[in-house]
Design a binder for this molecule. Sequence first.
Ligand code: C2E
Ligand code: MG
Ligand code: MG
Ligand code: MG
Length: 272
Amino acid sequence: SSKEKGRDRFSYFDPKLQQIIEEKAQMVEELRKAIERKELVLHYQKQILTKNNKSSVIGVEALIRWNSQKGLIPPNSFIPIAEESGLIIPIGKWILIEAINQIKLWENNKEKRDWRVSVNISPKQFERDNFVDLLDLLIKEYNINPNKLRLELTENLLIKNVEETLKKIKKLFELGVTLSIDDFGTGYSSLAYLKQLPIHELKIDQSFIRDILIDSNDFSIVETILSIGKKFNLEVIAEGVETKEQHEMLVSMGCSYFQGYLFGKPNKPDSL
Ligand code: C2E
Ligand code: MG
Ligand code: MG
Ligand code: MG
């Protein structure tokens, strides 16, 4: 009919798109209330050091979970929305406080008092002028050893506003927190730039670990990252290690730090 043709040609009102927009707006509203309602929680996944055939836990990575009223929502589904809406600023601050609190709690735990805690930092959060001051304040307020706090940054965050970023990274280093480059190998940083940064760790992206036993390209990439780590004197941690075979292969290649389901899934702090 002519009515339908008209709709085809001028479909500025798309009910499906409208629905997506409304759902997103609703999610932002729900997320806005999530902290107060205590729906956000940090789970922690163990990080392992293997030395002389012995594996021990040396730290954890904090990974956020949202127990929303509609069910459990994974970080990949709400962190981007938190970033878009600006809610990542209060949420990111909550994450830091929560992780610092956990460090504090574990100070009284014989088994866990030496564990360091790695926290994922969103670019939006890092870019804020007061990011370093906020960390400085929290570290002093909670009186934690800053060495126990490790920040996971991504390569793409590091290559934005290089001058500004370099200044911030140096200040963070002076504060005593340690820095890790997450998902290493998937971004766009250059080695020339990396060598200027006082970082401590490269985290090999799990996409290179998954098929390391069967894909010679992945094997070569991991080999290269390990040799960069060695030359720059950085710790290298493999993420997404799921099998004994992957672990053994990585050990034989000279990798010492591991994280993945083989050693434990992310869990509540008391269930680790
Ligand atoms: P990421 O930082 O690279 O975290 C690693 C992801 O791999 C986590 O997913 C973890 O649960 C998962 N993982 C760990 N071991 C294995 C394994 O053996 N096999 C497989 N297949 N996966 C494994 P998760 O918790 O869903 O987090 C996804 C991403 O969301 C994170 O990637 C990070 O970019 C972001 N994210 C998580 N928590 C936070 C947070 O507190 N703040 C910010 N800004 N981002 C976060
Ligand atoms: Mg991470
Ligand atoms: Mg990662
Ligand atoms: Mg990742």
